[in-house]
Each structure stands twice: as structure tokens, then as C-alpha cells.
Design a protein around this ligand. Structure first.
Ligand SMILES: Cc1ncc(COP(=O)(O)O)c(C=O)c1O
Length: 423
């Protein structure tokens, strides 16, 4: 088994040779690296080459790869049988620890973040009797039809389909507004005072690289949604349990919260949390239909419980220290290399933008030099460091990353920056 033989087989079997687009490496050029194994902060390709991993499975791998407690928990669950289509004890265990950490009164487990946001919107529409949804340019909430929408052209605020196959009739129910712009939100609500079911937002946007939320924008989000009777949905699929044991704390008055990634310990998961009044709208208690053969699957629940058990306050402190060390190292490397680049970090998630100042919104993020990022990615890869294969994907640091790995990333970056932007 070589990297090439796997890539060839995959190219024949799967559209674009992958089962999720960013894995194709199309935005950085070069061949995708098939990963056969991970251990702690490292991943290994089919030929045994070891990389320090900064992808973190795009979010879930906060403990690093193959943590023994998670592996054991999954094995124990598997040994007892995997699919009963029935209530079981592990879903109660995971829900109780999430509730204790977040204060979310009630939860529903689903199988992906996409399902969580899609269903949260369905609940909001049922609760309000309204149809329209507001999202923000550059925020990603999964691939359901109503959320694969981009900003309309010119003065149009109602969205346009952002994928073939999404009917305009569906896309047109979603408005796409600029992020960090309270006045655009105010204008929206002035024009549509009584027909917005939900405003959905990533608590800290991390799908166009990281955008730092302005406090006034967060304030406007919460007060305007409430004043106009729209539900605020905080998408914490990346940010939940990423910075502390619980929610990010960025949108304390959100009506509904979506979770995913970390709470599944590396296995597929999504969750919706909120007050009994709203979660009680879900079937079989209420009229909003949602169901899943694999929902709250015992192995997923076991991996989630084992992961959350490791996430103590001390663990987050260590993660913060290590991540700060990485940020400082990268900033020094950027300064020394004299390249137009910037770093944005929240806890253990980080973006290195090939743009001299951190972007405030999607339009600014798009100004980043993606060709320079592609060169940077290649140069890092050649030095044994795997960063996400897109300028717009966030780096994730784990509890398995120690100082030697961070120092190695910084050393690699110091050279790779010079290759990315030759003087
Ligand atoms: C903020 C956010 N919401 C939703 C999703 C969709 O989650 P999933 O890929 O599990 O469907 C993602 C995935 O990256 C995400 O980052």
C-alpha cells in the first residue's frame, strides 16, 4: 500500500477522490496525503512518513489521536453491541456531563453538525411560526439546503443558492448578511420586522479562518433578535468544549445551541441544546419531526464521555499555554521573515492569514493570498508538519501537542514563510 496506490483507487471510487471536498487538497495543489494512523500529536501516511498534525480532524481531536481512554471506551462499548435502536445508559451519561458543563436544560443527539443546525432551524420555525432565517457571510453551518446560501448581489439580502441542486425557492428563505456589521442586521430587521424565525451564527466564526467578533456586533445580535422575536442559534459545533469545559460564553443569551465535533470524541455526532420549552417541540413530545437510526449510538456516546472526562480546567490551562507558545512563535517568525501575514488565535484554534492584518469579515478574509498559502502548505508538509489544506480552515492544537512539537512547527514555519513569500 503506497500513498499513490491509495490515491489511484480513491480517484476511481469517489468523486474527486475523496469523501469530503477539502481533503482533495485542491485549494493548495499537490496530492492529498492519505492518513493511515494517528498517535498523539502525529499522523502517519501510507508510507510511514510522520507529520505533526495541526488539522485535528477539523476540530474533534482535542486529546490528540488514539487517546487510550477513548480507545478503551469505544472497545468496551463495541464489545457490548453497537446498534440497538433503543434508549441506553451511555446517552444519559454524556447528556448529563454536557448539561452540567453548559447549563443546557435539554438535549437531542444527532449524527452530524449538519443535522444539528438543520433541525435547530426547524425548531425555530415551528416555535415562531415564521420562515426566514438570517446567517452571516463566511459562517458555515453544514450542508443542508437552506444553509448552502451566499449573499445576493447588490442590494438583495435574501440569499442565492451556493450549490447546484439547491432550489432558489429554498435559498431565498435565508438572508446572508455581512459579519461584524450591526447596522446591516438593524436594516434587515427594519425591513423584515415580523418574519424572521432565526438568526444563526458561529459563536466565533472559524470556517473562513477565524474572524474575531466585535463586542458591539455580539451585543446587537442578542438584543435585536430578542426584540424582534427571532430565535438566536449559537453554532458551537467547533467552539463548544474547545476553550473551556462548556460553551464558549460568547453568546450567553442564545435560545438554541448546536454542538458537535469534540463531544463525540472523534466519532460522528451533533447535538442541539436549549430550554425544555423549545426542545419539547421535537417529536415525539412535539410536532417537529427528527429521527436517526444511529442517533446516540453507544460507541459515539462512550467516546464522548471518555473525552469529556479528560477535559479538566487544568487541561484547558495547559492547552492555552501550549497554544500561546505557538502563536508567539509564529508571530516572531512572521516578523523575522518580513512577510505580510497575521495570526488570529482563540485558545487552541488558530489561523495564519497571508494578509497583513487579521480580517474582520468574509470580504477581508478573501483578500488573503491563497497562492502564498498553498506554497506555505507545501513547504510545511515537506518539513513534516500538516496544517489544514486551505487558507480558510482553522488549525487545531491538542492536549497531545507538547513544547517539542510546537517548537518544531515554529521552526518549520520560519522557513516555510520565506518560501511562501519569496523576498
Ligand atoms: C461551525 C460548524 N457548524 C456546522 C458544521 C457541520 O458539521 P458536520 O461536518 O459534522 O456536518 C461544521 C463543520 O465543520 C462547522 O464548523
Amino acid at each position: 500500500m503506497t500513498n499513490d496506490s491509495l490515491r489511484r483507487a480513491a480517484a476511481d471510487l469517489f468523486p474527486g477522490g475523496v469523501n469530503s471536498p477539502v481533503r482533495s487538497y485542491r485549494s493548495v495543489g499537490g496530492d492529498p496525503i492519505p492518513i493511515v494512523r494517528g498517535q498523539g500529536p502525529f499522523v502517519f501516511d501510507a508510507e510511514g512518513t510522520r507529520y505533526i498534525d495541526c488539522v485535528g480532524g477539523f476540530g474533534p481531536a482535542i486529546l490528540g489521536h488514539a487517546h487510550p481512554a477513548v480507545v478503551e471506551a469505544i472497545a468496551a462499548a463495541a464489545a457490548e453491541g453497537l446498534a440497538f435502536g433503543a434508549l441506553g445508559p451511555r446517552e444519559i451519561g454524556l447528556a448529563e456531563s454536557i448539561r452540567a458543563a453548559t447549563g443546557l436544560e435539554r438535549l437531542r443527539f444527532l449524527n452530524s453538525g449538519t443535522e444539528a443546525t438543520m433541525t435547530a432551524i426547524r425548531i425555530a420555525r415551528a416555535a415562531t411560526g415564521r420562515d426566514l432565517v438570517v446567517k452571516f457571510d463566511g459562517c458555515y453551518h453544514g450542508h443542508s439546503d437552506g444553509l448552502l446560501v451566499r449573499a445576493g448581489s447588490g442590494v438583495a439580502t435574501l440569499g442565492m443558492s451556493d450549490s447546484a441542486g439547491v432550489p432558489q425557492a429554498v435559498a431565498g428563505l435565508t438572508a446572508v448578511l455581512p459579519y461584524n456589521d450591526p447596522s446591516a442586521l438593524l436594516r434587515w430587521f427594519e425591513a423584515h420586522p415580523d418574519d424572521t424565525a432565526a438568526v444563526i451564527v458561529e459563536s466565533i466564526p472559524a470556517n473562513v479562518g477565524i474572524l474575531a467578533p466585535d463586542p458591539e456586533f455580539l451585543q446587537a445580535l442578542q438584543s435585536l433578535a430578542r426584540a424582534r422575536g427571532a430565535l438566536l442559534i449559537a453554532d458551537e459545533i467547533i467552539t463548544g468544549f474547545r476553550f473551556r469545559r462548556g460553551l464558549s460564553g460568547v453568546l450567553p443569551s442564545a435560545d438554541l445551541v448546536t454542538l458537535g465535533k469534540i463531544i463525540g470524541g472523534g466519532l460522528p455526532i451533533g447535538a442541539i441544546g436549549g430550554p425544555a420549552r423549545l426542545l419539547g417541540l421535537l417529536a415525539p413530545e412535539g410536532p417537529v419531526y427528527q429521527a436517526g437510526t444511529f442517533s446516540a449510538n453507544p460507541a459515539v456516546m462512550a467516546a464522548g464521555i471518555a473525552t469529556l472526562e479528560q477535559l479538566t480546567p487544568a487541561a484547558y490551562q495547559r492547552l492555552e499555554q501550549v497554544s500561546r507558545h505557538l502563536e508567539n512563535g509564529l508571530l516572531t517568525a512572521i516578523k523575522r521573515a518580513e512577510v505580510p501575514a497575521s495570526v488570529v488565535r482563540y485558545g487552541s484554534m488558530l489561523s495564519l492569514f497571508f494578509r497583513s492584518a487579521p480580517p474582520r469579515d468574509y470580504a477581508e478574509a478573501r483578500e488573503a493570498d491563497t497562492a502564498a498559502f498553498a506554497r506555505f502548505h507545501r513547504a510545511m508538509r515537506q518539513r513534516g508538519v500538516l496544517v489544514p489544506p486551505s487558507q480558510f480552515e482553522t488549525w487545531f492544537i491538542s492536549l497531545a501537542h507538547n513544547e517539542p512539537e510546537i517548537d518544531a512547527i515554529v521552526r518549520a514555519a520560519a522557513e516555510a514563510l520565506r518560501e511562501a513569500v519569496p523576498g
